[in-house]
Design a protein around this ligand. Structure first.
Ligand SMILES: NC(=O)c1ccc[n+]([C@@H]2O[C@H](COP(=O)([O-])OP(=O)(O)OC[C@H]3O[C@@H](n4cnc5c(N)ncnc54)[C@H](OP(=O)(O)O)[C@@H]3O)[C@@H](O)[C@H]2O)c1
Length: 301
């Protein structure tokens, strides 16, 4: 296997690259930032600028597997400019990859694309499976649906296209966990609204293993990339307090205040999605971290 990864300089991409290197897999990655290009025998960086329709075609040389992760962060305020960036960085990049591969008559053994569980509706009761998508009601759902639609267009370039709806990625001091753990460390950890929102999480190591497992097994279709045991948000904050040895005693911050401060983006912390991992488990993947306390102990213990 030889990999090409987009978004390879981000949280998930960096960890997949490290794990692929451990396994002796050679790889290329695409970056929009020339300063992030490095090149050695095992890993080679290539430049692309999707906004200006530029992609260094050499990135495809010898590659048989594509992992497409690129996308602008959703954690910046959702101003009209940032919304455009969030949407286009996913849709335009996916379109560009499929057009380039078609133009170069490249057929990959496997193409794997990121998506997010934000595609699912808000629910406090239902367990959401890969079939639980509905008409979009918020910006996250609009983005993920458009992103997946564009990813499906890559099916002309492979017989094995798979899409992974990723949950909250747990990595030490990075991503959303960094934002949640910082106040806990400062003795001001608290949950939001009722705190009963479901958080469907996945340990970064399991996510990397899942991508590489699915690549080797030639998976097709759409999969939830979440651990088997989602938790309520209040439990997540309490468990963080336990592992960081800090009490979590403050009352929850009312949802109305969060909505006032964050606007539509409040869906990121007020949204509730209890997402099922049954399909990936039934395909033979086993999680190292199924339970939150074990995952947090590994990261912060
Ligand atoms: N982390 C999570 O909890 C989580 C959950 C659900 C879904 N996801 C999705 O999984 C993917 C990877 O997540 P991550 O946490 O690794 O994200 P990340 O750390 O923010 O990295 C994203 C990467 O995308 C590239 N990128 C940013 N803006 C871009 C643009 N305008 N055009 C092209 N590339 C751009 C960047 O690479 P360069 O700067 O090198 O170009 C960056 O390294 C993302 O699409 C994310 O939405 C993540």
């Amino acid at each position: 296997m030889k990999l090409l990864i987009t978004g390879g300089t981000g949280l998930v991409g960096r960890n997949i690259i490290a794990e692929a290197q451990n396994r002796g897999v050679k790889l290329h990655y695409l970056t929009t930032d020339k300063r992030k290009i490095i090149s050695d025998d095992a890993v080679k960086g290539f430049y692309w600028n999707p906004k200006q329709d530029f992609l260094d075609q050499k990135c495809f040389e010898g590659v048989d597997t594509l992992i497409h992760l690129a996308g602008a962060t959703i954690s910046k305020p959702w101003t009209p400019k940032n919304r455009k960036e969030i949407m286009e960085s996913r849709v335009i990049t996916s379109r560009m990859l499929s057009q380039s591969m078609k133009h170069e008559k490249i057929k990959m053994k496997q193409i794997m694309c990121a998506s997010a569980i934000g595609i699912y509706p808000n629910s406090f009761e239902d367990t959401l499976t890969e079939n639980s998508t509905e008409t979009p009601e918020n910006f996250l759902q609009e983005v993920t649906q458009a992103w997946e639609q564009q990813s499906h267009a890559m099916s002309d370039c492979t017989d094995h296209l798979s899409i992974f709806r990723i949950g909250l990625v747990l990595a030490k001091d990075e991503g959303l966990l960094a934002e949640l753990s910082q106040p806990v460390k400062l003795f001001s950890g608290t949950a939001f609204a009722t705190g009963k929102q479901w958080q469907s999480w996945i340990h970064i190591n399991d996510l990397c293993q899942l991508f590489l497992f699915a690549a080797q097994a030639g998976w097709e279709g759409t999969y939830n990339a979440v651990a088997p045991k989602p938790v309520r948000q209040r439990t997540l904050i309490k468990e963080l307090g336990r592992v960081l040895r800090r009490p979590v005693f403050l009352p929850n911050i009312p949802g109305a205040i969060i909505k006032l401060v964050m606007g539509e983006r409040s869906v990121l912390i007020l949204g509730s999605q209890k997402v099922s991992s049954e399909l990936v488990v039934s395909k033979g993947f086993s999680f190292k971290y199924s339970l939150l306390p074990e995952a947090l102990k590994d990261l912060y213990g």
